[in-house]
Design a protein around this ligand. Structure first.
Ligand SMILES: [Zn+2]
Length: 467
């Protein structure tokens, strides 16, 4: 046991030294990707997304891939999706194929004045590299390419690099993409490098994700708006009915009060309240909501949030009873539930709790499935061991409160595949926010851990865990 441990550490040390030799260049390549504002939202210039796909393709060729293509598929509306990069190195006879996933598109910058450095200029400061996409997910791309670079030609596994270009825009053509290109994307293990670690220095494998559903609905009490002096106090207005209905979605302690939603209150590890308060920016004196472990409230219990409400703006408000109002709810669906069940439960709740006999009508819906890994799959143990060895700290299994809806699509098309959700973000990475950054020590460890994982999957280590 001790010997095996020493041998593994030596291998990790060797890989860390090999990384030292190329790391300046790796950071330079990352900076060249960060410099491209590849935002796949329709309101932004899509030529940048194309440029970023071409840049990733060039880096893949530099990493030794011979078959490299920039491909697109169709969104449900028939429009073309954003370009994705697919590159492949065939598996040796009888060896497994590992698909390395990341995405090259990024979130918009938001309010640019909130950034301390230019968002599309990778800026190293202390242990961090700041810039939009520096962590999410251009670092994921560089982890894959650099791990392969460290291993050289003798891999022991086949590799498919799959870097999509519209993850932050909801992956609208993803399903069509994997159906169209299923022969090229087929693999035994998918490494999805788009999540985060438990803490700076503590690696994590993400083994569950909440799904996401959304629901628009309208509450009406009158057939037209009327004077609040003539009728206020006797005729219920839509704002009164809507706010009471919205309030009924949660109990006194802020727990979701919708019957029929699924959830669990335990978790393997838990957040410290002080850290959660600091990371979230909750104001002093404001209480946390819900019950059960803090981690379970974010990872494995449902959440219902009002994200839109069409009340007149205060500046243009008049003395009127509103006749009809529209709201939008975001529902985070716990692993073990389905978005269909969650939407049905919320709709039933809204219909049953409408005050004063107000009318409730339902509009647009969105549904993305939650996911839970099969932790009995031996590949999970292999990944945990590789992460622990690469980081020099035991890995933990975590959930993610957010959603990666395409995981469900992947499993539908490749039902036999093992899916490993890894990532380079630490809790201070601020992905999607101003001053997004990559914690450089963990970036290096993630590269070494992925190289170790590939070696183990290819039976190229003492542990020799094949697939
Ligand atoms: Zn991402």
């Amino acid at each position: 046991m001790t010997q095996a441990h020493t041998a593994r550490s030596e291998r990790a040390t060797t890989l860390h030294s090999a990384l030292d030799a190329v790391f300046e260049e790796v950071k330079g390549d990352l900076a060249s990707l960060v410099a491209i504002p590849s935002i796949a939202w329709p309101a932004f210039d899509q030529s940048h997304v194309r440029a970023s796909a071409e840049a990733v393709a060039a880096l893949a060729r530099k990493a030794g891939f011979e078959e490299v293509d920039v491909l697109t598929a169709q969104k449900p509306d028939g429009e073309p999706g954003s370009p994705a990069v697919v590159a492949a190195r065939p598996a040796p006879e009888g060896a497994p194929t590992v698909v390395l996933y990341a995405h090259h598109d990024v979130q918009p910058t938001g309010e640019e004045s909130l950034w301390n450095t230019p968002p599309f200029e990778a800026t190293e400061s202390g242990d961090r590299i700041f810039g939009r996409g520096a962590a999410d997910d251009k670092a994921g791309i560089m982890v894959h390419l650099t791990a392969l670079r460290l291993l050289g030609e003798d891999l022991g596994v086949g590799v498919v690099l799959f870097v999509e270009g519209e993850e932050e825009a909801g992956s609208p053509s993803f399903r069509d993409f994997i159906l169209r290109h299923r022969d090229r994307l087929a693999g035994d293990v998918f490494v999805v490098a788009d999540s985060g670690n438990w803490a700076a220095g503590t690696p994590a494998l993400t083994t569950s994700l909440r799904g996401m559903a959304a629901l628009e609905f309208t509450v009406s009490t009158l057939d037209h708006a009327v004077h609040s002096g003539m009728y206020g106090g006797v005729v219920p207005d839509a704002a009164l009915a809507m706010t009471r209905l919205l309030a009924s979605l949660h109990g006194e302690d802020g727990s979701v009060a919708v019957e029929g939603l699924v959830g669990e209150t335990a978790a393997h590890v838990d957040y410290e309240e002080a850290a959660l308060r600091a990371d979230s920016g909750i104001l002093d004196g404001v209480e946390l909501i819900g019950t059960g472990t803090l981690a379970s409230r974010v990872w494995s219990q449902p959440a219902v949030t009002v994200i839109g409400l069409d009340l007149p703006h205060v500046d243009v408000s008049s003395n009127t009873l509103q006749h009809s109002l529209r709201a939008k709810l975001s529902i985070r669906v716990a692993p073990g539930d389905t978005p269909e069940n969650a939407l049905a439960a919320v709709k039933r709740h809204l219909t049953d709790h409408a005050p004063f006999g107000a009318r409730v009508e339902f509009g647009e819906e969105e549904a993305g499935s939650p996911w839970r890994a099969d932790t009995a799959d031996p590949v999970v143990d292999t990944a945990m061991a590789a992460l622990g060895e690469g980081f020099g700290t035991e890995a933990v299994q975590v959930g993610l409160g957010g959603s990666i809806p395409f995981i469900a699509d992947l499993l539908e098309v490749f039902p036999q595949a093992s899916i490993l959700v890894t990532g380079v973000e630490d809790p201070d990475a601020r992905a999607h926010s101003a001053n997004e950054s990559l914690y450089v020590p963990d970036f290096r460890r993630a590269i070494v851990a992925e190289a170790l994982l590939l070696e183990r999957l290819g039976g190229r280590s003492a542990e020799g865990a094949g697939v």
